[in-house]
Design a protein around this ligand. Structure first.
Ligand SMILES: [Ca+2]
Length: 161
């Protein structure tokens, strides 16, 4: 993938290289190639003028056992789960049964498991996961982000490996 350095955090730069999908007033990028740890996932989305996913309602996100980083983490105070990219506490939750379990007292970051209907698990920050980035539609970028396909996020087709 050709990556251009974003200028002034402009969303213009993300359209040629990333395939975005629109759902409601938000565009999503479902990564299928880049894998990185939690912080590399944050960096990847920021580099492309987007934010690592925060799931603030049930409607927002809908399987192979693919795993995607979100911005959810318990790192800040090791007690409360927050969406790091929005700074808001996690209120809506969709944890898998018996999660979060903080295995090895080492699981501080929130991943979605594609093979489990995108339900949630706490995982170690240094796990290599795929990423989901998002960007809200605003007056400023609505005319720039053209050619984005509308989709229903419950039927995401991810190519098999
Ligand atoms: Ca866990």
């Amino acid at each position: 993938m050709k990556q251009k350095k974003p200028e002034n955090g402009s969303v213009v730069d993300i359209t040629p290289s990333l395939h975005l999908q629109k759902f409601g007033n938000t565009y999503y990028y479902f990564g299928t190639t880049f894998k990185g740890n939690y912080f590399q996932a944050l960096q990847f989305c920021n580099l492309h003028g987007m934010s690592l996913l925060s799931v603030e309602s049930e409607e927002e996100i809908g399987g192979t056992d693919r795993r995607f980083w979100t911005s959810g983490t318990i790192f800040p105070d090791d007690t409360h789960w927050v969406w790091l990219t929005t700074g808001k506490p996690i209120t809506y939750t969709n944890w898998l049964p018996k999660q979060p379990d903080n295995t090895g007292r080492n699981e501080k970051c929130l991943e979605l498991r594609y093979g489990s209907n995108l339900m949630w698990n706490d995982a170690p920050w240094n796990t290599a996961n795929l990423v989901i980035c998002e960007i809200d539609v605003t007056k400023e970028n609505s005319n720039i982000l053209t050619g984005v396909t509308n989709c229903n996020l419950t039927v995401i087709n991810i190519p098999s490996e």
